[in-house]
Write a protein that binds this ligand. Structure first.
Ligand SMILES: Cc1ncc(C[n+]2csc(CCOP(=O)(O)OP(=O)(O)O)c2C)c(N)n1
Length: 573
């Protein structure tokens, strides 16, 4: 019988899962795997830190909807993955992390580079496995992919001992996954769906609250049809941007802490929230007790644990949005002849009100003739993107301005760390996305803080000549923390000034590509256009006004209708 090494069996399983690219970093116990990769068609991308392998795998997964794969050695390699795993867990991103573990007989002896990866990553993953027997390997790898991608997606880790990589066994392809304890609910309850349609028609001020679950379910088309059939004002969360085009007439904006006035006022006045693939996150709801006080809630989610977790659902539907939404839309259409006229007047008045709120305080980019406002930078990037570029962001003020001001006319273009808010995410995520879409325009918008967490990955970018446009929104501070210190700690700016930022021309030059700093507002549009025109990578350091704050803002613990709309204006003498 033909025998294969565990390493080769693992790669064979990855081929069967259509994996074309792994982001990773080698080490002692993964040597047999890397030896098998040496002349294998699956591409291994050597990142410069394991955390970035997990972020790059996420960039790949978030931009394609496929499972991203990362790999690390035992001990420090595996522990370096943890932030990326928790990040994927918080945002429901399907990745499979492969880690090496010391030889089975050394486990528990404090062997060199031994860490309890299985224990450490238990709460950081949707599921994790430890493989100590080569005979289990194929089944486990396919189960890992199935669990990562199905139901509510998430990260799955497979820890493989060195003796399993090195062992020899016959390989029989796995044809069936049978996980009796793991239930995926997809269809939604027909009676509940019908009831939901009725509630939607009965509402006078309905409001659609769409989230990342719509994107995870690839349900954008179904979502658009639902929105148009009900003709309801719609917001998308930070994770849901692009689920419906930013230019769709029903789309209001992002809601929440830095959401628009219209979005937050609508939450405060609606009588029915249709919550689709969302989790009533505190950054959306503000003070939960004061959130949407007049609203009933229909909550559709694939994960039953989300329903009623933060906000009671008057009507729960557990199911996959791609399956549930068409049924809901069909029920809405069915009921239209008998229900349409009932609240038509009230609904018209509601739309009028929402449009007025939108017109009263629109999200517009401030500009100046003398300096570069960060909002102006985002407006220029938006112009170049036209709603079609992939934009990855890091975490901080630049992330919020990007979300407010850049259009996303399709899903999977806006890639950011929503739930965990991990600085250092943006640049490696762009690497993953650019590998997935070599021809696409990819902007990576980062703060001067987060950028400095990602500098090692400039080597990966240079190595593969990835044409990523790295835009550093350089305000000289850990901007978002400075904003909070200014607003809530008497402007006592403690450890937030970022002095000693590197000369980007020299920095990018050291890696063999172009870097440039732009300080003049007149030159900024052309500098961005030049970056886009460059065939290879480009590092553009944009010096923006340092003390700008992100508004609107709902102070932490505040209710949505207590949002602060703009900075206090100087009092005229
Ligand atoms: C790994 C990590 N450490 C700390 C934080 C807390 N934090 C949130 S925003 C922020 C400031 C980010 O500064 P910068 O990257 O310059 O972006 P800006 O806010 O100026 O746009 C910090 C430190 C975080 N989110 N992630």
């Amino acid at each position: 019988m033909n025998l294969l090494s565990g390493a080769k069996i693992l790669l064979e399983c990855l081929v069967r899962e259509n994996v074309d690219c792994i982001f990773g970093y080698p080490g002692g116990v993964t040597l047999p795997l890397y030896d098998a990769l040496y002349d294998h068609p699956i591409r291994h991308v050597l990142v410069r830190h394991e955390q970035n392998a997990a972020f790059a795998a996420q960039g790949y997964a978030r931009s394609t909807g496929r499972v991203g794969v990362c790999c690390a050695t035992s001990g420090p390699g595996a522990t370096n993955l943890v932030t990326g795993l928790v990040d994927a867990m918080m945002d429901s991103i399907p990745i499979v992390a492969l880690t090496g573990q010391v030889t089975t007989k050394l486990m528990g002896t404090d062997a060199f580079q031994e860490a309890d990866t299985f224990g450490i990553t238990r709460s950081a993953t949707k599921h994790n496995f430890l493989v100590k027997n080569i005979a289990d390997l194929p089944q486990i790898i396919h189960e890992a992919f199935y669990i990562a991608a199905s139901g509510r997606p998430g990260p799955v880790l497979v820890d493989v001992t060195k003796d399993v990589f090195q062992g020899q066994a016959p390989y029989t392809p796995v044809t069936e996954i049978h996980l009796p304890g793991y239930k995926v609910y997809s269809e939604g309850h027909a009676g509940q769906i019908r009831r939901a349609a009725q509630m939607i028609w009965e509402a006078e001020r309905p409001f659609i609250y769409g989230g990342g679950g719509l994107i995870a379910a690839n349900a954008s088309e179904e979502f658009r049809e639902f929105v148009e059939t009900t003709d309801t004002p719609t917001v998308c969360t930070l994770m849901g941007l692009g689920a419906i085009s930013s230019e769709h007439p029903n789309f209001i904006s992002m809601p929440g802490m830095h959401g628009s006035y219209a979005a937050n006022m609508a939450f405060s006045h609606t009588d029915l929230i249709v919550a689709l693939g969302v989790r009533f996150d505190d950054r959306v709801t503000g003070r939960l007790a004061a959130f949407a006080p007049h609203a009933k809630v229909i909550h559709v989610d694939v994960d039953p644990a989300e329903i009623g977790k933060n906000r009671h659902a008057d009507l729960p539907i557990v199911g996959n949005l791609k399956r549930v939404l068409p049924k809901l839309t069909a029920e809405i259409r069915d009921l239209a002849p008998s229900m349409k006229a009932k609240n038509a007047g009230a609904r018209q008045a509601w739309w009028k009100q929402v449009r007025e709120w939108k017109a009263e305080h629109p999200l517009v980019a401030e500009t100046s003739d003398t300096e570069i406002k960060p909002q102006h930078l985002m407006a220029e990037i938006d112009r170049l993107s036209g709603g079609h570029a992939i934009v990855t962001s890091d975490v901080g003020q630049h992330q919020m301005w990007s979300a407010q001001l850049i259009r996303f006319n399709e899903p999977r273009l806006w890639i950011n760390s929503g739930g965990l808010g991990s600085m250092g995410f943006g640049l490696p995520a762009a690497i993953g996305a650019q590998f997935a879409y070599p021809e696409k325009l990819v902007f990576s918008i980062v703060g001067d803080g987060g950028f400095q967490m990602s500098i090692p990955e400039l080597a990966t970018i240079a190595n593969h000549k990835l044409p990523i446009k790295i835009i550093v929104m350089n305000n000289g501070y850990l901007g978002m923390v400075r904003q909070w210190q200014e607003l809530f700690f008497n402007n006592r700016l403690s450890s937030v000034a970022l002095t000693s930022f590197p000369d980007v021309e020299k920095l990018a030059g050291a890696y063999g590509f172009t870097g440039r700093t732009v300080e003049s507002v007149r030159e900024m549009p052309k500098a961005l256009a030049d970056a886009v025109a460059e065939p290879g990578p480009y590092l553009l350091n944009v010096k923006v006004t340092p003390f700008e704050n992100v508004f609107p803002m709902v102070p932490a613990g505040g209710a949505l209708n207590e949002m602060v709309l703009r900075p206090p204006q100087p009092v005229e003498a």
